[in-house]
Design a binder for this molecule. Structure first.
Ligand SMILES: Nc1ncnc2c1ncn2[C@@H]1O[C@H](COP(=O)(O)OP(=O)(O)O)[C@@H](O)[C@H]1O
Ligand SMILES: Cc1ncc(COP(=O)(O)OP(=O)(O)O)c(N)n1
Length: 449
């Protein structure tokens, strides 16, 4: 069943925070996202240049238009701008009664105020009593309580105070602005404290964290999750959104809420593409068998380089592709992290050329190199005997050296084949490179035909 979540928040023209972050989060969490826009900001990752708020009546009209048509399963507030808008939102939510998550946005990461001074009191006295959850960060919790927060213990005291003073059922004091190796969020719920923690990421992508986090909780509530379950999932969600943030802008980069669904989708796509390419090898098994070297072949494919971190993000064939009685055969179905050698080669390639996402090693022969030349393939030839000792000593260093050498011959973009002439105890080989495994297999087929 489709659930509807509404964000009552401001617009960040840079798309990092506000309603953009919220709607991306709702979509990634599988709920239908509706919007009641409060204010428009001319904003980027390092400053807010201008801001103008809509009339409270127009904010109410947006909420009512959604309510009268689809209903609202849960909502969240972000930038509310003025005391009049806060009063209107408190009044309408109080009447409709859907569960509301209040992110008490006061100041943007870039330092600009997002709420007028006189509005904070209205937020405390009018909005917090009708909210189910409130998610202050450290400075916001300090402003709401008048306490100084420097530890998890202080955060617990602040959370309990906010519940008792303003009546919000669940208080989440976020730990993004606290110190320590873990980002710990403290929750006060039904007289008990709960802690939700992830490793603290050294990341520039923290613009929109509060928005996406509160939207993720609202999405969970809209789906009918228990509140603690919704907060737990939101915590994992925001960790992924920060880890795979949008590397854009001169200031605090935007978080990436769609990483939550894009990464699993990317992995599935890569798996399916490799499976299809292995099918093409099976169909031409006798031909491919001629190209299997002593060390056997592997064919790998890395997920979208924006999301690739290590060999576990490269799908390949466990046990490699072998020559079994004159037929090329994958030893098993594709798996992530199944190859070390091929995966490291692909990671080195994609680090230099984002299009070079797939590679397969085949047997070296001067005839195959000649054939590649005749086909007009871009060729790089690497003499492993020239590899410096330092490169050999570093983990993954050899592969980076080979790829660096190869791409220096082809103007920085990947060649179609890298001819590795081998070294003492190292079999010479050809690596066929392409954008996809299907393209690599087609290139190998042309070479062998
Ligand atoms: N560097 C980080 N690493 C991991 N989690 C973080 C980091 N920064 C913030 N978080 C998490 O992101 C969420 C938003 O927190 P916070 O940044 O404090 O809010 P705000 O954006 O309102 O300032 C919280 O769950 C917090 O623990
Ligand atoms: C329009 C708008 N709304 C909210 C914010 C604050 O977003 P937040 O998630 O707290 O992230 P930072 O901006 O603090 O990094 C905003 N900047 N703009």
């Amino acid at each position: 069943m489709w659930r509807v979540a509404i964000t009552i928040a401001g617009l960040d023209s840079g798309g990092g925070a506000g309603i953009h972050a919220d709607i991306k989060t709702f979509a990634a969490m599988g709920v239908h996202g509706a919007t009641a826009l409060t204010c428009v900001t001319a904003q980027n990752t390092y400053e807010v240049r201008e801001a103008q708020c809509l009339s409270p009546q127009l904010v109410r009209a947006q909420i009512m238009a959604v309510w009268d048509d689809m209903g609202i399963d849960a909502g969240k507030t972000g930038m509310l701008g003025t005391r009049e808008i806060i009063e209107e939102v408190a009044s309408v939510v109080g009447k409709l009664g859907f569960p509301l998550v209040v992110d008490p946005v006061m100041v943007a990461k870039s330092g600009a105020p997002l709420i007028s001074e006189d509005a904070v009191d209205v937020l405390k006295r009018r909005l917090l009593p009708v909210a189910k959850v409130v998610t202050p960060n450290k400075p916001e919790a300090e402003k709401l309580t008048g306490m100084k927060i420097a530890s998890v213990n202080d955060a617990e005291k602040a959370a309990e105070f906010i519940h008792k003073e303003y009546g919000t059922e669940i208080v989440v004091v976020k730990g993004g602005h606290l110190e320590g190796g873990e980002a710990i969020d403290v929750v006060y719920y039904r007289g008990s404290f709960h802690k939700f923690s992830t490793p603290r990421l050294e990341s520039r992508a923290t613009h929109g964290t509060g928005c996406a986090f509160s939207a993720a909780i609202a999405a969970g509530l809209a789906k009918g999750l228990d509140p603690l379950e919704a907060i737990k999932t939101a915590k994992q969600f925001i960790y992924t959104a920060i880890k795979y943030g949008v590397a854009k802008g001169k200031g605090h980069w935007p978080v990436n809420p769609t990483a939550w669904v894009e990464i699993p989708a990317e992995r599935w796509r890569a798996y399916e593409e490799l499976r299809a390419a292995l099918e093409a090898i099976r169909k031409n098994a006798a031909l491919f068998a001629k190209a299997i070297p002593e060390v056997q072949s592997n064919l790998g494919y890395v997920i979208d380089p924006r999301y690739a971190v290590d060999v576990n993000d490269v799908v390949a064939v466990p046990g490699r592709i072998v020559n079994y009685m004159g037929e090329a055969r994958p030893s098993g179905p594709p798996a992530f992290g199944a190859s070390s050698h091929t995966a490291r080669k692909i990671l080195a390639l994609v680090g230099k050329d984002p299009n070079a996402r797939s590679a397969m090693n085949i047997k070296y022969s001067p005839e195959l190199v000649e054939r590649a030349r005749a086909l007009g393939y871009k060729i790089a030839v690497v003499d492993r005997r020239k590899e410096p000792e330092e490169a050999k000593k570093i983990e993954g260093g050899s592969m980076k050296w080979v790829v660096g050498e190869a791409l220096s011959q082809t103007g920085g973009t990947a060649p179609d084949i890298i001819v590795d002439l081998g070294d003492w105890g190292k079999e010479p080989q050809i690596t066929v490179v392409g954008r996809t495994p299907t393209e690599v297999v087609e290139k190998v087929l042309r070479l062998l035909s």
